[in-house]
Design a protein around this ligand. Structure first.
Ligand code: NAD
Length: 478
């Protein structure tokens, strides 16, 4: 069984203690990762500082971009190996893991292309004074990522930071660290100098907390739960550093009678069952106009009933969820639905020869859920879609905005006036009209409002977050 170390200053550093890596498809232990803490985080931050003072700090933007592009090409070269690692670690059907590898490579390619295109401006000021601005790296940036899309979220978070010339320290989720370590090794082959890319594995309250409170960190990018996001922001406040928080969601999909219902049904089902519903931007509430409620929920029910759950290797519609706690959490919500007399409209099925010991749950569609019920308010983070009946546009808007979250939303209608009105009034970071991009769209700025967080990742916009703007004013006389 393989034992992984940390990746610090371009070398593998064995852990003093380890954490077992469990395969969600059958519950077996497949590897061990290092359990790091304050000492390893400190070593990684110092390696980042040394890289910035040394070779990495001297690499010009064009060359940083080329390194990122080389990394993208290496990820594509090793796509099948990386997809197998991700699939075994997260429990993803292997074809979904292949998509994640492609997306991860795409982030490095995109930010590689952008590295030499972020430039400042000159500002008219007093006569005899010339003013210019520069986007400079924060220094060493900290990146804490969750377990649902380790490769994708790693790519989007560190890709932009490296493009802007920061040195990164990444703390992947304890359940799913193997793919981050595999990418770390590829950074050497891509030509990144030692210390520019560091990975410390371990528990959130140990390695994660040590990273957020380290005085050498210039920026924190955190993707995870609102509860931990609050702790991360508090830690960043103590060091007075900027923080990007990509937190949870309860994203609404609003479907009107004039929409292309077949298209809406396909996309809405896919957006909640992909990755077994463990997608922050999953459309997990469907708000349906009264006149088509019965017809549309009947269509969704058929689609849910056709979904099959299997192991990652069986590569069916859904794999297991990531761990036993996650399975328990989702089952708790389903038990609550039954106890409160909500309508279970449809369930998917388990495929044949499901390995015993895996963390499997059936995709479930629940109907006529009151908008203020816990199932319509809280992030379940599983393949559970709640359907809510709405009278008209005004009620749809009220319900859409009526949760603490604001990450993404979908509006399905042929009336473009209505689509635009709603898009402007829905409080969320993204709105999709007649399509929905859960998890995708690397070019599109992404992030939340309200409890879904703040700051933007993805797209060109993210680059500004990974830089500090400096203004230089030179008095030279007239
Ligand atoms: P989590 O908050 O439990 O863990 C996320 C990361 O934070 C892990 O690496 C964990 O080790 C670390 N962590 C835990 N405690 C910490 C602490 N005290 N200090 C520092 N780091 C700590 O989240 P999760 O269960 O891994 O992921 C699920 C959550 O992530 C959901 O709420 C989901 O919506 C959210 N998420 C958001 C996005 C987004 O882009 N908005 C994307 C994916 C997941």
């Amino acid at each position: 069984m393989k034992t992984y170390g940390h990746f610090i200053d371009g070398r593998t550093v064995p852990g003093k203690e380890t954490i077992a890596v469990v395969n969600p498809s059958d519950g077996t232990v497949v590897a061990q990762i290092a359990r790091g803490g304050a000492a390893e985080i400190d070593a990684a931050v110092r390696a980042g500082e040394a890289a910035l003072d040394g070779e990495w700090g001297r690499v010009e933007a064009l060359q940083r971009g080329r390194m990122l592009m080389r990394l993208a090409a290496l990820i594509q070269r090793d796509a099948e190996r990386l997809a197998r690692i991700e699939s075994e670690d997260v429990g993803k059907p292997v074809s979904q893991a292949r998509t994640d590898v492609t997306m991860c490579a795409r982030y490095f390619e995109y930010y590689g292309g952008a590295a030499d295109k972020v430039h400042g401006e000159t500002i008219p000021s007093q006569n005899g004074v010339s003013v210019m601005t520069f986007y400079e790296p924060h220094g060493v940036t900290g990146h804490i990522i969750p377990w649902n899309y380790p490769l994708q979220i790693m790519g989007r978070s560190v890709g932009g930071a490296l493009a802007m010339g920061n040195a990164v320290v990444l703390k992947p989720a304890e359940d799913t660290s193997m793919s981050s370590l595999a990418i770390a090794e590829l950074t050497l082959e891509a030509g990144f100098p030692a210390g520019s890319f560091n990975v410390v594995t371990g528990l959130g309250e140990e390695a994660g907390a040590a990273l957020t409170s380290h005085p050498g960190i210039g920026h924190i990018s955190f993707t995870g739960s609102p509860e931990v996001g609050t702790l991360v922001q508090a830690a960043a406040a103590r060091n007075t550093i900027p923080v990007t928080l990509e937190l949870g969601g309860k994203s609404p999909q609003i479907v009107f009678a004039d929409a292309d219902l077949a298209d809406a049904g396909t996309v809405i089902t896919r957006s909640i069952v992909q990755n077994a519903g463990q997608t922050c931007s999953a459309g997990s509430r469907v708000l349906i106009e009264e006149s088509i409620y019965d017809r549309f929920t009947a269509d969704l029910a058929q689609r849910f009933a056709a979904q099959r759950v299997g192991s990652a290797a069986q590569d069916l519609d859904l794999g297991p969820v990531v761990n036993a706690q996650q399975k328990e959490r989702i089952e708790g919500f389903l038990a609550m639905a039954r106890r409160d007399g909500l309508q279970i409209l449809a369930e998917g099925s388990f495929g044949t020869n499901l390995p015993p010991g895996g963390f499997y749950v059936k995709p479930t569609l629940i109907g006529n859920v009151p908008p203020d019920h816990a199932l319509a308010q809280e992030e379940i983070f599983g393949p559970v879609l709640v359907a809510i009946k709405v009278r008209d546009e005004a009620e749809a808007l009220r319900v859409a905005n009526g949760t603490p979250y604001g990450l993404a939303a979908g509006v399905w209608t042929a009336d473009l006036g209505r689509a635009l009105r709603l898009s402007r009034k829905i409080r969320s970071g993204q709105v999709f009209v007649n399509n929905f991009g859960a998890g995708g769209g690397i070019e599109l700025p992404f992030g939340g409002v309200k409890r879904s967080g703040h700051g933007r990742e993805k797209g060109f916009e993210a680059l500004y977050g990974f830089a500090a703007l400096k203004t230089i004013a030179i008095k030279h006389g007239v």
